[in-house]
Write a protein that binds this ligand. Structure first.
Ligand SMILES: Nc1ncnc2c1ncn2[C@@H]1O[C@H](COP(=O)(O)OP(=O)(O)OP(=O)(O)O)[C@@H](O)[C@H]1O
Ligand SMILES: Nc1ncnc2c1ncn2[C@@H]1O[C@H](COP(=O)(O)OP(=O)(O)OP(=O)(O)O)[C@@H](O)[C@H]1O
Ligand SMILES: [Mg+2]
Ligand SMILES: [Mg+2]
Lengths: 227, 227
């Protein structure tokens, strides 16, 4: 699905150069259920953004379905992402003054899905994450855990083949976290959805079939769980 | 320090009325180290905002140092908060285009502390939370856990008597979380700082001397730990 070859990412902030990712080599295969772990600032979000083609590497290659994305202009890349990827951001990135329902529908409206079923689908997804009763709340008037779950529902509206989730249970209590991970697990097993998620919690990492460990921008550990 | 008497908070969102807090009776005493726990949407952030006088109740009384805040106009209340309280928001609420250092200094500049030491104090606080090397980064260019720690440092700049922290370890790995809780514990024990924090993690709640449990807007459990 996505392959990284010798990927590096350097951010420049005034005079400071941050080597956020160093020589990342990684293949995400169809049907994978992969957790990325590591300390704060180790490059997890950076890795996830590059895997999801939200950001381009400073060097190295990113290959999506056998196509090197270097050859794609930003507009084509955005189109590919919108159609096939679902992204759950660490900060949720909801539109504050839109309702929960409108936020969930937005990616479908952007992809010009004008069919009647979109509003019902958005309601069903909010129900799936347990906040259907907040559908008409503006995002800015939701609790932290409710905002997080709107972000999850939104990532699913276009039926993505790849879900990239940055700390999807960060604001959730253990019960809501377990429900969410069970939902992701069933999407992976029953829909064949490929899922890569970042977490700093070991119990949440344990749901995955593969584990990638980051430290100071390096992938220092890469395992496959034998069930 | 802060006392709530029969406090209720109702939010109106279009036609939906949310009873976020119901008959909350609670006293926070000087030197307390208190954790607030409960499921997503149970009213934790609402309770914390009312304790910190960032929001007024729909009914009931809020008494700070024996003064009912009903008699204080918003400007006087803001002044009291700025001088004595330190707040760590669930969403951090940093100014995106200001640097980490500027964000930390901001509450002191608002209180018109023009002394030379403010920049050094801000550097020391960033060092205390382990991100001194990101002092010149704009907030929007920091990782999630780095933003959280800037929010912590900012809450400490005016040497508050009461710290209200909404999920202060939410974006942090276990090592950084433990360091932060040890910092709060030492502020409580050595500086006599009163601390109230929200968390959804049991291990983080265990640092506290008192536990308040919320469910559907009610305080359903209230304990004091015997050391
Ligand atoms: N846009 C940016 N400009 C400059 N530096 C950045 C930018 N984004 C991230 N960084 C820096 O790169 C490093 C890696 O950031 P990243 O967000 O990938 O970390 P992370 O592992 O997701 O951390 P966390 O667990 O705290 O979210 C951090 O030290 C951060 O300060
Ligand atoms: N400004 C608001 N307007 C309308 N409803 C609100 C507002 N703020 C919160 N709510 C609602 O009140 C309830 C309690 O919110 P609160 O933020 O206190 O929950 P919480 O316990 O902090 O949840 P979480 O753990 O998810 O952060 C939620 O169901 C939320 O939708
Ligand atoms: Mg991150
Ligand atoms: Mg909250």
């Amino acid at each position: 699905v996505v392959r990284l070859e010798n990927v590096c990412k350097i951010y420049k902030e005034y005079s400071v150069e941050v080597n956020a990712l160093k020589s990342a080599n990684l293949s995400i295969r169809e049907g994978d259920f992969t957790a990325i772990v590591g300390p704060s600032g180790s490059g997890k979000s950076t890795l996830l953004h590059i895997l999801g083609c939200l950001d381009r590497p400073s060097s190295g290659e990113v290959i999506v379905d056998d196509q090197n994305i270097k050859s794609l202009p930003d507009s084509r890349l955005a189109k590919l992402r919108g159609k096939k990827f679902g992204f759950i951001f660490q900060g949720y990135n909801l539109i504050p003054r839109l309702t929960a329902l409108e936020n969930v529908m937005l990616p479908a409206l952007i992809q010009k899905h004008h069919y009647d079923g979109i509003e019902k689908l958005a309601h069903d997804l909010l129900n799936l994450v347990g906040i259907e009763n907040r559908a008409e709340h503006r995002a800015v008037h939701l609790s932290g855990g409710e905002q997080q779950r709107v972000a999850v529902a939104r990532a699913l509206i276009n039926d993505p083949v790849l879900i990239l989730a940055d700390e999807p249970t960060g604001a959730l209590d253990s019960e809501a976290s377990a429900k969410l991970m069970e939902l992701l697990k069933s999407l992976n097993r029953e829909e064949g959805c490929t899922i890569v998620y970042v977490t700093h919690e070991q119990t949440i990492a344990n749901y995955a079939g593969r584990l990638i460990q980051l430290k100071d921008g390096y992938i220092i550990y890469h395992s496959k769980r034998e069930w």
